[in-house]
Design a protein around this ligand. Structure first.
Ligand code: UT7
Length: 348
């Protein structure tokens, strides 16, 4: 039995904010942001847009692809997506910024708007590693249920709404977006010759670093109090250097373990699709691993760090550009707030 990706989709807000746009508002520069992160721009959602809106759009793109929709009229796309949604057994949505906290899950809101009546729905909180955890969870649940066949895995983030726009150390790093894949349990082999789909996985976490990337307000540890005036809404606080050091090590260790556990060399891997946090993290990990940088796909220049959405957005871009050929071995690797990390090996 194989867990194969049947469709991919993405949704990115139209509004593009360049480094120069930011430099007009805070004490930063295009030169600093590019040289320290590789980021050139980010896309920012409008005030009325929430996590489920971007998630729904990415999901429809992915579902319409499975139905053979090849672009054109949006209404037809939505009809194709709605038809495909009927066969979904599961929706797993990874995010750090759900529509509302606690309840309902954003996955339930997407399930309703898609009309995926047969699908179970749940959110995953694993920071920027959310998509890797989400795909793994979905694959496990498909395997566990005899009649379950199809899952939708979404990463959707609006970090612009969880950012302190006066903190130049964090606000230049993040962007909004969503990506989705349709995962299907098929009769193809997952081992040996002709293997397909998800063939390797590494998951881990280092909770001792939880304080290095944190949203402190709004939860049960530090709830808002009646009558309290909020100066800055809940926002990400980060110890950049500590996260950087953790990320380079977790990144390199995850790649090494994925290769070793599968008994393959890096030359067998067609492409590595990393979480897009900082181009320097990718370069440093590549150096540690002795892997040429060309092996890594980077689109951080355009979208910045979209957390759990960054890998599925990248997969969709690569897929639609025809850069993922059937049989290609693709490695994904992610790390982030919590501090979880992980990666997957996928035969496309
Ligand atoms: O998805 C996972 C989440 N996060 C990450 O992966 C982030 C991991 N960390 C990083 O990517 C890097 O640590 C950063 C990009 C966040 C920061 O780069 P850095 O080279 O570690 O810079 P720094 O924090 O050590 O700051 C160096 C200088 C400081 O000035 P002084 O004290 O040397 O005068 C900062 O105040 O750069 C200054 N600085 C800025 N200057 C211009 C910090 N942010 C900015 C800015 N524009 N936006």
């Amino acid at each position: 039995m194989a867990m194969e990706i049947r469709g991919t989709g993405k949704a990115v807000p139209v509004r593009r904010v360049s480094n120069d746009d930011l430099a007009g508002k805070i004490d930063t520069s295009d030169e600093w942001i590019r040289s320290h992160t590789g980021i050139g721009a980010r896309h920012i959602a409008g005030e009325g847009t929430a996590c489920s809106d971007l998630a729904l759009e990415a999901a429809r793109e992915a579902l319409a692809m499975t139905a053979g929709w090849e672009g054109g009229d949006r209404e037809n796309r939505d009809l194709a997506a709605a038809e495909a949604a009927k066969s979904l057994d599961l929706i797993v949505l990874a995010t750090a910024g759900p529509d509302v906290y606690g309840c309902p899950s954003t996955a339930c809101l997407v399930q309703d708007r898609l009309g995926a009546r047969q699908a179970a729905a749940m959110d995953i909180t694993a920071g920027c590693t959310g998509f890797v955890y989400g795909r793994e969870t979905a694959a496990g649940l498909l395997l566990a249920g005899k009649t379950r066949k199809r899952a939708l895995v979404i990463g959707s983030e609006l970090l612009s709404k969880l950012t302190n726009w006066d903190d130049r150390g964090t606000c230049v790093l993040f962007g909004d977006g969503a990506g989705a894949v349709v995962l299907e349990k098929t009769g193809a082999p997952s081992e040996g010759p002709g293997r397909r789909g998800l063939v390797g996985s590494v998951l881990g976490a280092d909770g001792s670093g939880a304080d290095h990337l944190v949203i402190r307000r709004g939860g049960t540890r530090n709830p808002f109090k009646a009558g309290e005036t909020v100066g800055i809404p809940p926002h990400i606080e980060m110890n950049g250097q500590a996260v950087y050091n953790f990320a380079v090590k977790a990144f390199a260790d995850t790649c090494r373990r994925l290769l070793a556990e599968d008994g393959i060399g890096v030359d067998d891997v067609a492409l590595i699709v990393p979480h897009q946090a900082n181009a320097r993290i990718v370069q440093a990990a590549a150096k540690r691993l002795g892997i040429p940088e060309e092996k890594f796909f980077l689109n951080i220049g355009e979208y910045a760090n979209t957390s759990a959405a960054s890998i599925p957005i990248a997969l969709d871009e690569l897929n639609r550009a025809g850069r993922l050929k059937q049989g290609d071995l693709v490695m994904t690797v992610a790390f982030g707030g919590g501090l979880p990390f992980g990666g997957n090996l996928i035969v496309w």
